[in-house]
Design a protein around this ligand. Sequence first.
Ligand code: COA
Length: 149
Amino acid sequence: MDTQNIRIEKMKFEHIEQIAAIEKACFGQNAWSGALFYSELLDGNKHYFVAVKNNSVIGYGGYAHILDEAHIMNIAVEGAYRKKGVSSSILTHLLQDARKRNIRAVTLEVREGNDAAISLYQKFGFKLEGVRKNYYEGKHNALIYWKIL
Ligand SMILES: CC(C)(COP(=O)(O)OP(=O)(O)OC[C@H]1O[C@@H](n2cnc3c(N)ncnc32)[C@H](O)[C@@H]1OP(=O)(O)O)[C@@H](O)C(=O)NCCC(=O)NCCS
């Protein structure tokens, strides 16, 4: 899959159907529904972006603005477009957006063992600051990362 002509833009309601399909492929029964994305887009403190190629959504990510912090809610890329820098572009965009809003620090939770995501966050300078035991499905630890902007 070539990665030319990929744009990062604000998530819109019209993107939700495609996002829900990627979400389902990535997270199965733990996937967010389209309705949940819909309500997130109605929330003025949430900022979501999509990576679009030829009018198709190939990835997305977003954060909640809480006080002077950004809490990254999700980031995912369609299988065929992985390892091509798409999530790096989305994350770069999220961090720029957060800086513009004078956000001081960014945090996220990632499931222990999700090596692709952990490696992505470490590459961007996120530091492991805590662990929530058995957070996912009562059996997988959540690793808590922070990055100071
Ligand atoms: C994690 C995910 C978003 C990475 O997206 P991506 O577009 O493939 O990532 P990029 O191509 O921008 O890669 C950036 C860095 O991430 C890391 N990375 C990405 N895929 C990796 C893999 N399969 N194994 C190890 N490291 C990986 C590398 O550090 C990479 O840097 P490099 O190219 O210099 O080695 C993608 O694998 C995905 O959608 N996974 C399913 C959803 C998910 O788990 N999301 C995270 C929830 S917290």
